[in-house]
Design a protein around this ligand. Structure first.
Ligand code: AMP
Ligand code: ZN
Length: 136
């Protein structure tokens, strides 16, 4: 399979690694949104949240928690965004599941966490909730 993140995990493509365990690999994003932008990936290839196993999802989140604390301290961030994109419509470019850990500072100018707040139609919100619940 021609997957760039699998190649990084296997050491066939260089990366700036910050963490590795049996199931998870983490490395610095080469196009950082800001200082300390880090990617966390499962070692077993899974394209997205729909494909990853429950156990690997747990392992990835375990690593994300540990790394978030280390990154926040390491770069003395005021906060952290955790972002994970699924599918082209959601902006996913690399089809190997990855969690972005993005350090944040007050007034850092990064806009990913700001969307216009507009009160929703409660009837519509409840109708959508029912559509979700029947799929569980
Ligand atoms: P996305 O699929 O949109 O969630 O983002 C893919 C991310 O992978 C981008 O932030 C890229 O900068 C990053 N990226 C792509 N190739 C590499 C690489 N070889 N090393 C590190 N980061 C990469
Ligand atoms: Zn892969």
């Amino acid at each position: 399979m021609d997957c760039i993140f699998c190649k990084i995990i296997q050491g066939k493509i260089p990366s700036v690694k910050v963490y590795e365990d049996d199931n998870v690999f983490a490395f610095m994003d080469i196009n950082p949104i800001g200082t300390g932008h880090t990617l966390v990936v499962p070692k077993t290839h899974a394209e997205d949240i729909f494909e990853i196993s429950e156990q690997d999802a747990i392992e990835v989140l375990r690593a994300v928690r540990i790394l978030s604390t280390a990154i926040k301290k390491g770069v003395q961030a005021d906060g952290i965004n955790i972002l994970q994109l699924n599918g082209k419509a959601a902006g996913q470019v690399v089809p190997h599941l990855h969690v972005h850990i993005i350090p944040r500072w007050f007034d850092d100018g990064i806009t990913i966490s700001h969307w216009p707040m507009k009160a929703g139609d409660m009837d519509k919100i409840k109708e959508v909730a029912e559509k979700i619940k029947v799929e569980l």
